[in-house]
Design a protein around this ligand. Structure first.
Ligand SMILES: [Zn+2]
Length: 217
């Protein structure tokens, strides 16, 4: 069974973790736009230099530029058995362009991992970053987050600035405004599935496997 997957969901929905599991299970590449941008900068290609200049000034990477990079990535041989896209398409224009890049013989499955805003705020504001080794980790509700030290290196755990509740709410509002047109575009098409992201991660994985099997047989 060959398919291509677009994984969608708000920040903090666990999309990255699920993408890694799915990539392993189906032996297909996990293509995140973050990785594509970093790779392009490292490669120093003309597009990469353009991206590097934009990122250095904090400017947004345009629809056209990110679409070109994804299109280029989808010509690599490792996607011949399918791929998982994470972070793309982010706009309706990108979704429409993606339609034209897909092979005819593999269905596109679009999976939304849905998590209510309150839960995202709770999850993200319980994340801490280790000042020494820079590993991000979640702290349990029971423990006193301010007295915890890093289980990896013993360093001091601090709240990431962009994980403050008010910042999280702003990021979610931005995400929702961007994602809604993309979601309504895919909702009207075959292959769209919604997954309850409130379940434990293992159950989310099981649900994703089941839905993908249902969409591809
Ligand atoms: Zn550490």
């Amino acid at each position: 069974m060959r398919f291509n997957l677009v994984l969608m969901g708000p920040p903090g929905c666990g999309k990255g973790t699920q993408a890694i599991r799915l990539a392993r299970r189906f032996s297909i590449p996990h293509i995140s736009t973050g990785d594509i941008l970093r790779q392009a900068v490292r490669d120093g290609s003309p597009l990469g230099r353009e991206v590097g200049a934009l990122l250095a000034t904090g400017a947004l990477v345009s629809d056209t530029l990110i679409t070109s990079l994804v299109q280029d990535r989808l010509t690599k041989p490792d996607v011949s058995h399918g791929f998982i896209l994470d972070g793309f398409p982010r706009t309706l224009a990108q979704a429409q362009r993606l339609g034209g890049m897909l092979p005819d013989d593999a269905p596109l499955v679009v999976a939304l991992i849905a998590v209510p805003e309150e839960e995202i705020v709770r999850r993200l504001s319980s994340r801490r970053l280790c000042e020494s080794c820079r590993i991000t980790q979640s702290v349990s509700d029971a423990s006193d987050p301010d007295s915890e030290s890093c289980p990896y290196c013993g360093g001091r755990l601090v709240r990431r600035e962009d994980d403050e509740a008010s910042t999280v709410r702003r990021r979610l509002a931005t995400y929702a405004a961007e994602a809604e047109p993309v979601l309504s575009y895919y909702r009207q098409r075959q292959g769209f599935v919604g997954i309850d992201g409130l379940q434990p991660p293992e159950r989310v994985t099981t649900a994703l496997f089941a839905e993908i099997a249902r969409q591809t047989t």
